[in-house]
Each structure stands twice: as C-alpha cells, then as structure tokens.
Design a protein around this ligand. Structure first.
Ligand code: SAH
Length: 370
C-alpha cells in the first residue's frame, strides 16, 4: 500500500487499497462496525458504484465522512487497442501519470485478464521485452485490482472476466503484499468472487516468497521454468543464480502439498536452438516427474533487438508429443494479440515516471487557486 506516490490530496484514502480484512480494520479504527467492509465491497466491485452518496445502506453521516476522507479510484484507461483475434490491450494511467498495460483475451468459454503487478521489471530475463525497460516501481493494491475493475467496466455486462492471470508486466512475488491483497479481492465473494482455480500467479521463481505465498494465499501457481539446466537457466532467468532449480522445485513441491490433485503449471518459452532439443524434453520429463505438473509451451514472441528466434512448429510439436507421451499434460499457448504487441513479453509500457512533473503542475494549480 505504500508503493504509489501519494496523490496531490494526500488526506484522501483510496479504498481500493484494502482487501476485506484491511477494510474491516480501517472501519474499526474509525469507530465503525467491521461489517461496513462487506457493504462497501459489494457497492464497489459488484454494483460498480464509486459515489459514496449513492451507497444507500450506509448512514448519512458515514456517507459524508467517507466523501470527505476517502476515494475510490482505479487507474484510467487512456488507450485501447483491439487485435484481429479480439484480444484487447488497454494502457491505463495512474493518478501520478505512470502507465500500465492490461490485456483481455476472450475465448469461447472464458475471458482471461492478464494483469500487471509492477511498472517495468527488475528481473532481466533475457527473452522478455519488459525486462528491457528496467524497473520503475511496484503497483499499489488499488492499481492492481483497479485494472480488473476498469477492464470489467469497459467490457460491460456482456463480456465477463472469468479468469485472472498475474502475467502482465513485473514479477508479482516482488510486490508481495499488494499483489496478495489484490488477489484476495479477486477471490472474495463480496468482491469479484472468482474461484481460486481461476486466479493464477506466475513467478520466475522467487523461492522464499513462494513459501510465503503457500502459507497466506491459495491461488493457482505458474512457474516460468524455460530451462532444465542451471547453466542455461542462469542466462535466461537470472534470478536462477540466487534460487537454482533444485530449490525452485522444492518450493513447487511444497506448494503442491496444499491440496490433493493440485498441479502447478510450468511455463516454457520455445527458443530456437537454445532450449528446444529432444535432450531438453527428456530433462524436462525428469524434472517434472517430481511435482504434479502441467506444462505450457509458449512460442517465443520476438521484439526489436531480441537475440532469439521462435522454435519451428515441428520442434514445438515434437517437444509436446514427447512430454504428453511421458504423461505430462502439455499444451501450446496460442499466441494472442501479437499484431498489437500484447502477446507474452511484449508489454512495454510507457514507464517514464511523470509523477514529479505531475505533482509540480498540481502544486502550481493549487497555488493559483489559493
Ligand atoms: N514475472 C512473472 C510474470 C510475467 S511474464 C514470470 O516470469 O512468470 C509471463 C510469462 O510470459 C512468463 O512465463 C514469461 O517468461 C513469458 N514471456 C516473457 N517474455 C516472453 C516472450 N518474448 N515470448 C514468450 N513468452 C514470454
């Protein structure tokens, strides 16, 4: 909650920064009953109301107090692009002028929203375009859940968000508290009410945070594996130098213990001549035999100056067949939205932090008004 720069009117508390527990504590702190939290959540997330005066089951004095001290503010959609396959990419702007990207992927039986957790990313994975822009800052809870709120509002009642994947910009486990609070809201029956199977967190393998996650938040886990030998993974996913494969797989086994028949999705980007040989497939079969797993092969999405090429269809299919024959359920991710740069690894936001300039402008405005 402390990661976004304070808005110009710092007295104003954004209620989207709280999950149910946090909101209950907030109300108790201000002399109200904790059940106000569920009333507020329903108005915000189920009725789409952001005007406290319209919240008719709250007392008039409470409505007035909320109006004076709080706000409900999601990032605003400033740009929309629709791909030929129906995939929608939105650029959203936060109150301090940072921009973040969110992608909606419609399918026949579901609608998946790909949500960002950070502006930029610090992890420097060599095949990911987000890595190229470096790290700017963590998103606040309001900016993460606000992506879902803004997207659902834009989609209207006809197209529903049925799944959320934390696979946009950033490493969600390096923004732990804010991401967990936002995922709590996604799964809360008084907010978005998605089942825990439909909320997925994807990590590149921040091992200590994976153990913490297993303890506090039961969501589906996806792990960006991409290599079966430490030597290669060190190059592709440099955080592997800190948390090598043996430690990563142990953390996965720990997470899989949460429930019987629970599986972890492993993501594996297909890079021509780098990690796509039959030897790699055999190594993968061996590695995944120790964890209940599903495998998602991701055709590499190229971006300017990237040193890699995508594996051929033949290679990808051979890989898939070998894994499936070994009993590991393996799918190939369809490349969606690539004509608008919304596919995996292509989410390059306009990360320039304009917050200071924005605040200066605001201060000048306030001075003029005074
Ligand atoms: N940091 C998290 C979540 C963001 S990336 C993670 O690493 O899991 C979401 C997925 O897209 C990851 O599996 C990531 O490795 C993959 N990805 C990144 N760049 C890609 C590219 N250029 N082509 C295909 N997949 C990519």
């Amino acid at each position: 909650m402390n990661s976004a720069p304070a808005p110009a009117n710092a007295a104003s508390i954004n209620l989207l920064d709280f999950d149910r527990k946090g909101l209950g504590a907030f109300f108790v702190e201000h002399g109200e009953k904790p059940f106000r939290a569920t009333q507020l959540l329903k108005w915000i997330y189920q009725e789409g109301v952001d005007d406290f005066e319209a919240m008719t089951n709250l007392s008039k004095p409470l409505r007035a107090w909320l109006t004076a001290h709080c706000r409900i503010e999601a990032p605003e959609i400033v740009l929309e692009q629709q791909a030929s396959d129906g995939t929608c990419k939105w650029v959203l702007e936060t109150h301090c002028g940072n921009r973040v990207e969110t992608v909606f992927i419609p399918e026949e039986s579901r609608g998946t929203l790909c949500v960002s957790s950070q502006i930029g990313c610090a992890l420097a994975c060599s095949f990911c375009s987000t890595a190229q822009q470096g790290f700017n800052r963590n998103l606040a809870t309001s900016e993460i859940i606000g992506q879902v709120l803004a997207a659902q509002k834009r989609l209207g009642s006809e197209r529903k968000i049925t799944n959320v994947v934390m696979m946009g910009m950033g490493e969600p486990l390096l923004n732990f508290d804010n991401v967990v609070a936002a995922m709590n809201l996604m799964m809360d029956d008084f907010a978005f009410g998605l089942s825990k199977r439909r909320v997925t967190l994807s990590t590149s393998g921040v091992v200590p945070a994976m153990y913490r996650l297993t303890e506090v938040c039961d969501v589906s886990l996806a792990v960006s594996l991409h290599a079966v030998r430490d030597e290669l993974r060190d190059q592709l996913v440099p955080i592997n130098k800190k948390y090598p494969l043996s430690e990563l797989m142990e953390a996965c086994r720990d997470n899989a213990k949460l429930a019987p028949r629970r599986t972890i999705t492993f993501e594996y980007v297909m890079l021509d001549g780098i990690n796509d040989s039959p030897e790699d497939a055999k190594g993968l079969i061996e590695l995944l035999s120790t964890v209940p797993s599903k495998l998602n092969l991701i055709p590499f999405n190229p971006f300017p100056n990237s040193p890699y090429r995508c594996s051929s269809n033949n290679r990808i299919n051979l890989f898939k067949t070998m894994l499936n024959e070994a009993g590991i359920v393996t799918t190939v991710r369809k490349t969606r939205g690539d004509d608008i740069d919304a596919a995996c690894g292509q989410l390059v936001g306009k990360v320039k932090d304009r917050s200071r300039r924005h605040l200066k402008l605001k201060a000048a405005e306030n001075e003029r008004a005074a």
